[in-house]
Design a binder for this molecule. Structure first.
Ligand code: KG4
Ligand code: ZN
Length: 332
């Protein structure tokens, strides 16, 4: 069978990313321009700032990806792009760049769902085995998805309010940690005690809710301040993280047991969390579940994961017309 080489573009949030991926697994280049430094002073991603940076950077990132891979546009079989969900202005920059490439070089255009990309990040490391359960935990998403075959997604649970990474970033701000706060909270948590008794928000079914937990953290800090009590940031981080890890691991294991699934993929930026990794590793060992967590550069937003998923869309003849629009929300 002929090789299929895809140029993939991802601009759904604050990373301008382009990757060349062969046959869904071989990453020839993975070029990422992160805007984190520009958003730091605002304490979060500012959509308008993100769009402007994408416009400034996209052509350079495309050129870099082609150069690094040492391939010409002639060798590219298709152009893939994240269609949604994401920040609409940010998505549109990637989509328009992808359309321009597809039109001028006469290549098919493939629309890819961002969450499908996160799951297929793992396919780059080892081929996906079905049935699988994927826990997607990032700044924008908290979802439990079952896959029984390629491109067959069943979302069984999702957050009803804040994404888990968003909750991490907000809690980090209350204890004066820089954006993005998740890694800092994670680091502090290792030095603190789970002694603040934060709630474990467990909903019926497999949905999540983190805004109540975030409010509990803020209220506890406020009460302590009013009473003149010491706030130990390490304990705030450890107590918050203990609650998050309890909730995520409990729901994930309920789903694995109920659906009798033995393959678990954890992806998205929060998959880097040490508390979550340690707990899931132990639980998976105890229950004979195969745990797969892609390396960090494939967990956070990147275009290689979009190129990996796009291979299967391509083989299934999924194509977009040149009137493709970005979608801030999009069902999987
Ligand atoms: O997947 P990602 O790079 O971007 C989105 O699609 O959102 O995830 C970024 C999120 C941020 O909220 C960041 O604080 C969080 O992942 N994060 C962490 C850790 N590393 C990154 N959260 C908890 N613990 C970590 N070690
Ligand atoms: Zn993402």
């Amino acid at each position: 069978m002929n090789d299929i080489t895809i140029l993939a573009v991802e601009t759904s949030c604050d990373e301008t990313a382009v990757s060349i991926v062969r046959n869904g697994r071989e990453v020839l280049s993975n070029s990422v321009n992160s805007q984190i430094e520009s958003h730091k002073r605002f304490g979060g991603v500012v959509p308008e700032v993100a769009s402007r940076h994408h416009v400034e950077n996209i052509t350079t990132v495309i050129d870099n990806a082609l150069m690094e891979a040492d391939v010409s546009m002639k060798e590219i079989d298709a152009i893939a792009v994240t269609e949604g969900p994401g920040l609409i202005g940010a998505l549109l920059v990637g989509i328009n760049a992808a359309k321009a490439l597809a039109l001028s070089h006469h290549k098919p255009l493939i629309p890819v769902h961002h969450i499908a990309g996160h799951i297929y990040a793992n396919h780059i490391i080892e081929p996906l085995k079905f049935p699988l359960l994927a826990l997607i935990v990032s700044g924008g998403h908290t979802e439990l998805v079952i896959m029984k075959n390629h491109l067959q997604f069943e979302v069984i649970g999702e957050t009803r309010d804040d994404a888990v990474g968003e909750a991490y970033d907000k809690v980090a701000r209350t204890i004066h940690l820089p954006y993005p706060g998740g890694p800092h909270v994670d680091r502090l948590a290792a030095e603190g005690q789970d002694n603040l008794k934060f709630p474990r928000p467990i909903l019926d079914g497999y949905d999540f809710s983190f805004s109540g937990l975030k409010s509990a953290v803020i209220n506890t800090l406020h009460n302590k301040q009013q009473k003149g009590e010491d706030i130990v940031p390490e304990d705030v981080a450890a107590s918050f993280q203990a609650s998050v890890v309890d909730v995520l691991s409990q729901k994930t294991f309920e789903a694995l047991e109920h659906y009798k699934i033995k393959e678990l993929i954890v992806c998205g930026g929060v998959a880097a969390n040490n508390g979550l990794r340690t707990r899931l590793t132990q639980m998976c060992k105890d229950s004979n579940i195969n745990l797969h967590i892609p390396p960090l550069h494939l967990c956070t937003d990147n275009a290689a994961m979009i190129g990996a998923a796009a291979y299967f869309y391509y083989m299934n003849n999924v194509r977009a017309e040149l009137n493709l629009n970005g979608k801030s929300t999009l069902d999987l």
